[in-house]
Structures are given as C-alpha cells and as structure tokens.
Design a protein around this ligand. Structure first.
Ligand code: OOG
Ligand code: NI
Length: 470
C-alpha cells in the first residue's frame, strides 16, 4: 500500500485531540465558551506583542494545544491506557502523587502521556494527565471498600480488545492505514464518552463521602474526560474576560504570579464545576434523575521549564509565600505576596535565568556566518557578546500543587482521610512497573534538548564552550 494513504502517529494524535474536543464541547458547552475566549485572548496578545508573543510557542501550536485529564481505577486500566496513548505517539512522562499534594481527599497517583521530542511536540503537543485510583490506600479506604472497588472496577471494560489491538498495531508500525486509523479514532474517542447508563446511587455517594474523585472514578461504569484545557498567552486577561461574562471562576490563578520577569513553569485556573444531569438507580430499583458536579473547565499559560536547581528555588519561594501569608494582615493575598518574593529571588531576564542555570534553554548562533578563533569561550561571554541567543524550552509538564489546588477548589467537600494509617507507597519506578513501560523523567528530556543544542553550536562555531550551568 502506498505510504500516502497511511497516517503518521502525529496525524492520529492531532485528529484524536480534535475529536475529543468536539465530544467534550457537546457534553460541556461551557468548554466551547472557554475556547472562544482563549482564542480572543491569544489573538489580542499577538497583535499587541508581535513576534515576541510567539517566543514560547507558535500561534499555530498554542491555538491547537490542549491537555486532557482522565482518571482510571486500576493498574490494569492504566496499562491499557498506556497502550492506547502509544498509538498516538504519547508516552508517560513524570510522576505525581496527589495524595500528598492535597489536604483534602484525592486518592490518586498520576502521570502524563505526551509526545517526548521537540519535533513531535511542535507538530501537535496533545497531552493527557492520567490518574489512577489507589484503591488499596488505607488512609482513604477500609478493607471492605477496597474489596468492593476491586470487584466493581474489575468487572468493567474501558477499552475493548479491538481498540487495544489496533492501538498496538499503530504503535508497532508507527503509522496506520486510513481505514484502520478511522476505526481507531472512532473507538478511542467513544471510550471517553460520558456513559448514559444509570449510576448506582448508594454506591456512588458512599464513595463520595470518602472522596469525590474516588466516586468519579470507581462509582461509574466507564471513564470520561474530566476536563480539556486550552492554552492562553495571557491568563490574567482570560480570567478577567470569563468573569466579565458572568462565569464563576475559582478564586485564584494557581502557580507563579503575574510579574514583569520571565514566566516559568505553569499557571492555571478554572471555572467552577458544573452540575450535570445524570440518572441514578436507587435501592428500590427505580431510576430517577439527579445531578453530579465533577467536571470543570481549566485553562493554562505555559512558561519556561526549570532545572532541578531552579525548581528547588521555586519550591522554596512557594513555601516562603505560604509562611508569609500565614503571618500577613487580613486582606493580603497570596498573589501580592508572591509577586514580592518573585522580585526578590528570580532574575528578571531570560538571559540570567539561563546563565544562572535556573531554566532550560536551547542556544542559537546569532550570525550564522560567524566562527570564533578564541577558544575555549564561556557561555556567559558568548551570550553577553550577542554571539549566542538563548531560547526558552517550554515547560510541557504539570505541577502537583496546582493540580491539587484545582481539584480542591472544585470539590464540594473535602471527603475524609485518616492520616494515622500508612499509605500505599508509590513512586516513578513502581508506577512504571504498573504501566509496563518506563516513565520518562521530564528533566532528562529538557536537559537532553539543551545539551544537544550546545553541542551543535560548539560544532558550528568551532569552540569548546565552558562555564555550562551544572
Ligand atoms: C487531573 C488534575 C491535574 C492539571 O492540569 O494539573 C491536571 C484531574 O482533575 O483528573 O489536569
Ligand atoms: Ni488539568
């Protein structure tokens, strides 16, 4: 068969993202409003800031960019999700333990499936934050509930054998014939459609008393998209415009504050979870309408990826903000305090963020005809002399604290947890075993990109560059 009729994994991924957006927009119409407002914000930002506006991603990429969030109930379901996403060139990156990132009851551990190399990311950066219920964690579930969860989840099928086999074919061959691709996309999209099957009322609310997230995962017969998140270039503008339209937003933008220096990591906010109609099956056998409030609309602004050194600084600043907020007079906001702390601790230019080894950058030779005779030369000299231009590497991952913050601000109550009990231990290695493939460490991906670009400019200039950030 001629290759022209075959689809590459990135084409499948781009189409999958579009299909899920259509599905989710039909299910949660407020999402379409969010996407419209995001587009307005981005168009206005580009016309105000010109070329510079696209420093952290081309307008084509940013306009198409989405992350989804899904939640599964068991190791088996997570391993299947991994097979499914591999068909779209999306691989597990990073480990997040939301059980500890949250004061309320969020009994999940997570990873994100996404493209891992720069070329694939620029073709289409679709990523899906995927959480697995830790049904055996005694802090949340007693032995009886654990067993009930195990049998409820064990009895359901999220992804059919057909779908998984097609997915395996795509990931093995790195492409798929058009007809099979259409079938893969139909089945994969349908797997995330909200089920119309009545929800077992007492089972659902028994779980909800422990954790709304546990109920959303283990109280229903299938999985669904929890949220689908567009990317904006100015989240403060987005927040204001949504409020102006009368849409209730959570109280704050999570993550770094808005300030005049470099944007780092990730800023996120959301509109409040909406009541959605569902049918419930009651113990008397009757099926009656009711509503659930679990899905919300999130939006994000992405900044520069931080090195482990930069991330330590970030975590210290966040802790500092917490401490000062606790001591601050009434009326002081987290955001105001964060702005001051940012100004005090973070360099106010990309260049310094790069040269102090706080952020990840690639380097470009300003004048391609230039070669150097002086060797070796330090990175600082080359950047300050304008020979090399640092270009930011965008943060492609997530922040557990913001994730927990979004979960929390959308929960109606905190649920219950017993911290006297021992939690089930999870880390990146254990979750990799569950998944059946190695979870990528995000920092190795960013560092690999940075190192490759430095090697390339060394070759171009014919120098050895010294003084590289540790
Ligand atoms: C996932 C929450 C994490 C984010 O953007 O940090 C997340 C969930 O609600 O299932 O999506
Ligand atoms: Ni999210």
């Amino acid at each position: 068969m001629p290759t022209a009729t075959k689809l590459q994994l990135w084409e499948l991924r781009a189409e999958f993202a579009l299909r899920l957006a259509t599905l989710y927009g039909d299910e949660v119409p407020a999402y379409n409003t969010l996407v419209d407002v995001s587009r307005e914000v981005n168009d206005d930002f580009i016309s105000k800031n010109g070329e510079d506006a696209q420093r952290l991603g081309s307008i084509q990429r940013v306009t198409a960019e989405r992350h989804g969030a899904i939640r599964v109930g068991s190791a088996r379901e997570l391993a299947q999700a991994a097979r499914l996403f591999a068909a779209f060139g999306m691989y597990p990156v990073g480990f997040y333990d939301l059980r500890d990132a949250s004061k309320s009851s969020v009994p999940v551990v997570s990873t994100a499936f996404r493209p891992v190399d720069a070329g694939e990311l620029s073709r289409n950066p679709f990523r899906v934050f995927t959480s697995m219920l830790t049904h055996d964690d005694r802090r949340f579930f007693d032995e009886e509930t654990e067993k009930l969860l195990e049998s409820f989840i064990g009895a359901r099928t999220l992804f059919s054998e057909d779908l998984l086999e097609l997915a395996d074919t795509a990931s093995a061959e790195k492409e798929l014939a058009a007809e099979e691709a259409a079938r893969l996309l139909d089945l994969a999209t349908a797997a995330f459609e909200l089920s119309q099957e009545p929800v077992d009322h007492d089972w659902y609310f028994r779980l909800e008393r422990i954790s709304a997230v546990a109920a959303d995962i283990g109280g229903v017969p299938s999985t669904h998209i929890n949220h689908l998140t567009p990317r904006v270039l100015d989240i403060d503008d987005l927040y204001a415009r949504m409020e102006a339209r009368g849409i209730a937003m959570i109280d704050e933008i999570q993550g770094p504050p808005n300030w005049e220096g470099p944007d780092v990591l990730l800023r996120q906010t959301s509109f409040r979870a909406l009541a959605e109609d569902r049918n419930f099956r009651h113990p008397d056998g009757g099926v009656r309408p009711g509503s659930l409030r679990v899905r919300f609309g999130e939006v994000e602004q992405r900044g520069i990826a931080l090195t482990p050194h930069g991330r330590d600084l970030y975590d210290r600043m966040v802790a500092d903000v917490d401490n000062r907020l606790a001591e601050a007079p009434p009326g002081a906001t987290r955001v105001q305090i964060a702005e001051q702390i940012w100004r005090k601790n973070l360099p106010d230019s990309d260049e310094e963020l790069a040269l102090q080894g706080l952020g990840y950058f690639t380097y470009r030779v300003a004048d391609p005809k230039r070669t150097l005779t002086q060797r070796p030369a330090s990175l600082r000299e080359l950047v300050e002399a304008g020979v090399l231009i640092p270009e930011p590497i965008v943060y492609e991952d997530f922040l557990p604290r913001s994730a927990a913050g979004i979960f929390q601000s959308n929960l109606i109550d905190d649920g219950s947890r017993d911290d006297e009990q021992l939690g089930t231990p999870y880390d990146i290695d254990r979750l990799s075993e569950v998944l059946g493939s190695r979870i990528f460490d995000p920092n190795s991906l960013y560092a690999g990109q940075q190192t490759a670009s430095i090697k390339e400019v060394e070759r171009r200039l014919g120098v050895t560059i010294t003084g590289l950030p540790a």
